[in-house]
Design a protein. Structure first.
Length: 94
């Protein structure tokens, strides 16, 4: 029974990772196409799924800055710096 529980847990984690990777890719593509509002919406969805993931913070802060909403971006930049202080992308947003 315990082995079945572990297998089901690992399977569910794999399923969750797939949509996350797809959403992340879509969000970056939209940002590259200068569709900042659409990319921001996906960034918020990523953040809801994994609030400690650096990519969600990068996407949200980048899009907010490009939408001239700098004050709203600040907490995501600050938290991103705490999550991964060596990540160059978050410094660009700072």
């Amino acid at each position: 029974m315990r082995l079945l529980t572990i297998i089901l847990f690992l399977f569910s984690m794999q399923l969750a990772a797939q949509p996350y990777a797809e959403l992340q890719q879509q969000a970056y593509e939209l940002a590259n196409q200068r569709q900042f509002t659409a990319s921001l919406d996906l960034g918020y969805r990523l953040y809801e799924m994994y609030p400690d993931d650096i990519n969600a913070h990068i996407l949200i802060s980048f899009n907010l800055i490009n939408l001239n909403r700098v004050d709203e971006a600040r907490p995501y930049v600050e938290t991103g710096l705490l999550i991964d202080p060596g990540n160059y992308s978050i410094y660009v947003d700072a």
